[in-house]
Design a protein around this ligand. Structure first.
Ligand code: KIV
Length: 275
């Protein structure tokens, strides 16, 4: 089947479209996005689903980890990404503290993401420990994406977010979590920072798509934090990050030339001034 027939052009992609792509063996991609401008670009490039991740705490708001971002902040970024797109499925992250206390608060906050933000799905971290929340959301008609392996909202018990998860016996636990999420009705599961063999094994065991980030090539789909993918973030990045551009250098160079032009009086020139 051709790509044109397989993916809808005139409407938003749904979780059923993602499942259908996985069923026909097509690998699809996700990126994070936190604003209308980048969301539109990524959609145009063929990214099928966008995650308004709680990495916005770090990438947009400048915090050292994902914990501080609030529901209000998330909802306004979700709404911007929805406004900037026509066809991409928009998944809204439930931030730290917005679902851990139980199904009721999880449902209230997920409803905000759909009603106020316009998202089509939500994501939360954890496996069997959040099953009551997943069940409540699914029963309310809200598509849920799970997130296993390295779960950055648990940074304080994990002792950092650079550690590979799921080695040894932990791999069996992760597989059990993934199967439990699928049984509870999750439509996909993110696998973050796990050995490639485990990513492959979980993907073979599940019918729903696995979305890998540092989980090897055996996953059904891949996701990256967009600023990592585009080379905007500085410093040492995890092994799984591949930089597809050097946006940091390009921006630095552009901004530097602008500063120099202003200082020299060569911007604005006649061509950029009104008569
Ligand atoms: O918040 C986020 O961006 C994420 C991805 C890293 C999967 O959860």
């Amino acid at each position: 089947m051709s790509d044109v027939l397989a993916w809808p052009a005139g409407r938003r992609i749904t979780v059923r479209d993602l499942q259908a792509a996985t069923d026909r063996g097509e690998r699809w991609s996700m990126l994070t996005s936190y604003d209308a401008l980048t969301a539109g670009v990524f959609e145009q490039a063929g990214v099928r689903a966008l995650l308004v991740g709680d990495t916005s705490a770090e990438m947009v708001l400048g915090y050292p980890d994902t914990l501080p971002v609030t529901m209000d902040q998330m909802v306004s970024m979700v709404a911007a990404v929805v406004r900037g797109t026509r066809t991409a499925l928009v998944v809204a992250d439930l931030p730290f503290g917005s679902y851990q206390a139980g199904p009721e608060i999880a449902l209230a906050n997920a409803v905000r993401h759909l009603k106020e933000g316009g998202a089509q799905a939500v994501k939360l971290e954890g496996g069997r420990r959040v099953l009551p929340q997943v069940t409540a959301l699914v029963q309310a008609g809200i598509p849920v994406m799970g997130h296993l392996g390295l779960t950055p909202q648990s940074v304080n018990v994990l002792g950092g977010v650079r550690r590979v998860q799921g080695r040894g016996d932990a791999g069996e636990e992760l597989l059990a979590d993934a199967l439990a999420l699928e049984r509870a009705g999750a439509f996909a599961v993110v696998l973050e920072s796990v050995p490639a063999g485990l990513g492959h094994r979980v993907s073979e065991a599940l019918r729903i798509p696995t979305v890998g980030i540092g989980a090897g090539p055996g996953c059904d789909a891949q996701i990256m934090v967009w600023a990592d993918m585009a080379g905007l973030t500085a410093g040492r990045l995890p092994r799984f990050v591949k930089r597809y551009a050097d946006l940091r250098a390009a921006l630095l160079e552009a901004a530097g030339r602008y500063v120099a032009d202003v200082a020299a009086g060569s911007y604005p020139d006649a061509a950029h001034s009104y008569a």
